[in-house]
Design a protein around this ligand. Structure first.
Ligand code: PRP
Length: 217
């Protein structure tokens, strides 16, 4: 059995579909209920629905052998896991955004609101910019609108949230997509099963056109 942590929500549904089409179906997962664990003996898999930001913890601590997490979560929490593949789905970018008329002046500390303090700190420390981090847990776009911060560091997918709140992207910090990760001990002890799953999933993502040439190793 391979234990797989899936990120609950829209990305998780997409990822489950990829796994199903790659040869790891578990029809029970499509039933409308609130169960969190689904097993399919024939496919040799057990799936768990996990809060997206917790996938790394489940995999690092071996509660799951593999999992699918956004690169944003991996950069922010840096779990001790192997990153095996880029699935090319869940694409978005981590950006600095602010009000249209905001111009940064190096003379003062920049107030940055974010759910991703580590990513923001490392980005600004690479540019030697003094910042004051304001850590929030959602609706980050409100911060510059209410004068709580000068800018935000946040995920931009369609750009709709920024647009509808009169904000714009100032800089791109890093592109994001979903990654297949593995527990280090599981990778050793279930090597063949995990490598087979990884190859099948990558092959499926490549055929489905989720991966550009640059992501195919
Ligand atoms: C994320 C992100 C932005 C929004 C971007 O928020 O923090 O607010 O999605 O998407 P868009 O570019 O397609 O508009 P999420 O939906 O996770 O909600 P949150 O406010 O609770 O963080």
């Amino acid at each position: 059995m391979i234990d797989i942590a899936l990120p609950k929500g829209r990305l998780g549904e997409k990822v489950y579909q990829i796994l199903e089409e790659a040869g790891y179906p578990c029809p029970a997962i499509r039933e409308e209920n609130r169960k969190l664990v689904f097993e399919d003996v024939r496919s040799g898999v057990r799936y768990f629905w996990v809060k997206p930001s917790d996938v790394g913890i489940y995999v690092e601590r071996a509660a799951a052998d593999v999992g699918i997490a956004g690169k944003d979560i991996l950069l922010e929490h840096q779990p001790q896991v192997y990153e095996l593949a880029d699935l090319g789905v869940g694409r978005c970018r981590m950006c600095v955004a602010g009000k249209k008329d905001f111009r940064d002046s190096r003379g003062r500390t920049l107030r940055v609101a974010t759910k991703f303090p580590k990513i923001a700190k490392s980005y600004y420390s690479a540019c030697s910019r003094d910042i004051d981090i304001i850590e929030l847990h959602g609706s980050i776009e409100l911060a510059p609108l209410l004068g709580l911060s000068d800018v935000i560091v946040d995920i931009v997918e369609t750009g709709k949230t920024l647009l509808e709140n009169g904000l714009e992207v100032k800089e791109t910090v890093v592109p994001i997509s979903a990654r297949l990760i593995a527990n280090r001990a599981s990778y050793k002890f279930k090597y063949e099963e995990i490598v087979r799953l990884c190859r099948r999933v990558e092959e499926h993502c490549r055929r489905a056109g989720y991966l550009g040439e640059e992501e195919i190793r």
